[in-house]
Ligand binder design. Structure first.
Ligand SMILES: [Zn+2]
Ligand SMILES: [Zn+2]
Length: 406
């Protein structure tokens, strides 16, 4: 180690930081500057001064500016709400080239890159002065210090909010739906709005949250979705909404629920809002809950109750095969999927309209189970009855996820 320090100091003027950093992995529990001071003292005379040089060849005394960078980082961090942070640095490529040259000359296997020391040392100052904690895994905000210009850029982590929604309207989709003609730019067809539908479950809650959080955009992650013309009832469907670049991250979700529900009056409402995580988004997207439906069915032909009762009985535990319905073929692969009907009951009957209550496996296409979808779903209610039937109204009565499995 001493020999290595000696070689380094013979060829270059190095500050204590840059000298000590060559040996950062030898021991822990001290700083590079302290390590550098000790190394300099241990190198035999004739190789250089016991005092650091006027100007470090490697970093050009960048470490003298630590306080200034920390101040600038704190100023910028003060523009957003955060509990945890991380400092990142952009270092002049010339400085990094010199560091690599030094490693090549004297050996860099015990060394630490200058960026790592910068991040840590600025982080320590910011921690001490703000009382907030530096965190490596998922900080609320990363402040990137450009050491050439002293610029600070913030990378603010999104916030995630979990909840359940109910949808009472048969005319709004779950998520924001850009116009197909103009992809959201605004055109004749969408009357300049850029949207296929003027409102959605996502926008009802997202518009309020984005304003409150002073965020940039929102993204909706639902545990599946229902058709636009289907209502979502019961205790609602779980979702996580993500707000990007929020300046505020501590929201009064209980208080906000009231204004969100006012905003969605008659269309949708929300409950159980609480902070969530990216991990929960993953779980929600991967979940495959059973669902309960109420389907209003119209037969296109003469039926009687006895016959309908028989068909309900025969299909109440059916295993069905569904070829991807033509109506969703544009967004799903054309495959045959096996699905289970767990329960089927006749709730109301008249000759031109009856109600079916179903419990089905996740991913079952209920409309197609009833209609048969021109033979693409087998068996089907229509085929078993021998009379074509169609679903004229569909409600999701319950999404049976873990939280309400009882
Ligand atoms: Zn230096
Ligand atoms: Zn358009």
């Amino acid at each position: 180690m001493i020999a290595r320090a000696e070689t380094a100091l013979k060829t270059h003027d190095l500050c204590d930081h840059c000298l000590g950093r060559l040996f950062a992995r030898v021991d822990t529990g001290t700083t590079n500057a302290e390590r550098g001071r000790k190394m300099r003292a241990a190198v035999p005379d004739g190789t250089g001064d016991p005092v650091p040089p006027r100007m470090c060849w490697l970093c050009e005394d960048l470490f003298d500016s630590l306080e200034r960078f920390a101040d600038a980082a704190m100023d910028k961090l003060g523009t957003v709400e955060y509990d945890t942070f991380l400092i990142g640095t952009k270092v002049d490529p010339l400085v990094q080239d010199r560091e690599e040259r030094l490693w090549a000359e004297v050996g860099g296997d015990k060394a630490e890159p200058i960026k790592a020391e910068f991040n840590r040392e600025i982080g320590k100052i910011v921690e001490a002065r703000t009382g907030k904690s530096a965190e490596f895994h998922s900080p609320d905000v990363v402040a990137v210090v450009d050491t050439r210009f002293g610029h600070i850029e913030l990378d603010v982590a999104p916030i995630f909010i979990y909840g359940r929604y109910r949808k009472y309207s048969r005319e709004i989709p779950q998520t924001r739906w850009p116009c197909r003609m103009c992809q959201g730019k605004g055109c004749k067809r969408c009357e300049g709005t850029g949207k296929m539908y003027q409102n959605s479950v996502q926008e009802i809650i997202g518009d309020v949250l984005i304003k409150e959080a002073e965020g940039a955009d929102h993204f909706f992650h639902g545990m599946g979705r229902e058709d636009i013309d289907a209502r979502m009832l019961g205790t609602g469907r779980p979702f996580v909404i993500e707000i990007s670049e929020p300046r505020k991250r501590h929201l009064d979700l209980e208080g906000l629920t009231a204004s969100i529900n006012e905003h969605g009056a008659g269309l949708a409402d929300f409950s159980g809002l609480r902070p969530s995580t990216r991990e929960e988004v993953r779980q929600i997207k991967a979940a495959t809950p059973d669902k309960e439906y109420l389907a209003e069915v119209r037969p296109h032909g003469k039926v009687n109750k006895g016959r309908v009762d028989e068909v309900v009985q025969s299909l109440s535990q059916a295993r069905i095969t569904q070829q991807t319905p033509t109506r969703v073929a544009h967004r799903r692969a054309d495959l045959a999927r096996q699905r289970a009907i767990h329960d089927l009951q006749l709730m109301e009957f008249s000759e031109d309209r009856f109600l079916l209550r179903l419990r089905t496996e996740s991913g079952t296409y209920v409309k197609e189970f009833v209609s048969g979808d021109n033979g693409r779903t087998v068996p089907s209610f229509s085929a078993a009855l021998g009379v074509p039937c169609e679903v004229t109204a569909l409600d999701v009565l319950q999404v049976i996820d873990n939280s309400n499995e009882g």
